[in-house]
Design a binder for this molecule. Structure first.
Ligand SMILES: Nc1ncnc2c1ncn2[C@@H]1O[C@H](COP(=O)(O)OP(=O)(O)OP(=O)(O)O)[C@@H](O)[C@H]1O
Ligand SMILES: [Mg+2]
Length: 360
């Protein structure tokens, strides 16, 4: 579902800009501070109502104005979406002139965003890794949103009771938390397994090129947030004393994580920065591929600062992998990083020099 026309007004460093994107591969290049990340950020907002960079949407409004306006057009469906944010009002999101919630947006304009925070996936907090996995499942599975909200609502109730010492009432919530938690965990486990399969398949295709030593010793495990041998209902029961003392639910799907191990050691203690970045991109692209293969969802792939930290050999390897994608891709880089041969190999390739876009 490619984005074709993008209009940006009073957003970050931009005054007023219209861009016609390619449904294939797009590269935005330009100097530091020219607006590359902001451009990718503007596309990402259509997929989430959020920025991948700032939690405060006000900071996205250009300093000289008091609101921003973004408009995007999806040629294949004839969809138009508008996002408005004034400094004194909540964000307003419309799809074909009708209001739409941010949670529904993610399925209408699916996007996988890989950026500075995602580059050190193994080093990030469990919460961040959970969010990345959950986001893909929101896109893939219609029922996931409801399940996710039900579980977290019940968990909040249970935690409130623990906090307020209303222990006799906690038992009633154990059933709900464990039932909803099991459904949530099944979604996550299933999506994780598909991603792992995809990741391993990619590693196999790269193995003959013997690029990185860690390929042979990598182990990726899904940790569901509680002891693997036990049911969630048992865990809630067994942990009751501990939960009462700590005034919170100590184990459950809210503690789920993905563990990356190299020779059985935490990957973040082993991998170099370039290796971490390559590995993180590979993992996120594997999730992206699962959306396409298993769910027939062609999400747009955004990769900010694609070349930073990568040497030419690793970068070329990444390009080889991305060439195979027929989804829309939007890259950014401080320089025009693709040779004419690569440009030729890409599907429907378009490049934009960001400084020139602004001065048009
Ligand atoms: N609300 C805002 N109003 C005006 N300018 C802003 C606002 N927010 C950020 N900027 C500026 O916008 C410019 C573009 O930022 P952006 O992060 O998009 O640059 P970039 O091209 O990605 O740079 P880099 O190569 O360093 O990553 C920066 O100069 C930044 O200071
Ligand atoms: Mg940037």
């Amino acid at each position: 579902m490619p984005f074709t026309n993008l209009s940006i007004k009073h957003f970050r460093c931009f005054e007023d800009l219209q861009i016609e994107l390619s449904p294939g591969v797009n590269l935005f290049y330009g100097a530091n501070g020219s607006g590359k990340t902001s451009l990718l950020e503007s596309v990402y907002i259509f997929s989430s109502g959020k920025s991948f960079k700032s939690t405060n949407l006000k900071s996205l409004i250009n300093h000289n104005h008091n609101k921003f306006l973004l408009e995007i057009y999806d040629n294949s469906r004839g969809y138009i979406s508008t996002i408005k944010k004034s400094s004194d009002k909540p964000i307003s999101i419309k799809l074909n002139n009708k209001k739409i919630t941010t949670s529904n947006l993610v399925r209408e304009f699916p996007c996988t965003a890989i950026h500075n925070n995602t580059f050190s996936f193994a080093d990030a907090s469990p919460d961040f890794r959970r969010k990345i996995l959950d986001r893909s499942i929101f896109i893939a599975e219609e029922g996931y949103l409801k399940t996710w909200f039900s579980f977290y609502r019940s968990l909040k109730q249970r935690n409130n009771l623990l906090k307020n010492n209303r222990i006799s009432e906690v038992y009633a919530w154990d059933i709900k938390v464990s039932e909803e938690g099991d459904v949530l965990n099944n979604y996550r486990t299933s999506f994780f397994n598909k991603t792992l399969e995809e990741f391993n398949r990619t590693i196999e295709t790269l193995r003959p090129l013997s690029v990185f030593n860690f390929f042979d010793s990598i182990l990726i495990e899904f940790s569901k947030g509680w002891d693997n041998q036990k049911k969630l209902s048992e865990i809630l029961n067994d942990n009751k004393e501990k939960d009462i003392i700590r005034k919170t639910t100590t184990q459950g799907p809210h503690k789920a994580d993905i563990n990356f191990l190299i020779n059985k050691l935490d990957a973040r203690q082993i991998l170099s920065r370039g290796e971490q970045k390559f590995f993180s991109i590979l993992w996120c692209c594997s999730q992206h591929e699962v959306l396409k293969k298993h769910y027939n969802i062609k999400a747009t792939l955004l990769i900010d600062d694609i070349k930073s930290e990568l040497d030419d050999k690793t970068f070329n390897l990444l390009i080889e992998l991305l060439k195979a994608s027929d989804n829309q891709v939007i890259f950014s880089c401080i320089e025009n990083c693709f040779s004419s041969k690569i440009e030729h190999d890409f599907n429907n390739y378009k490049k934009f020099h960001v400084e020139q876009l602004i001065n048009k």
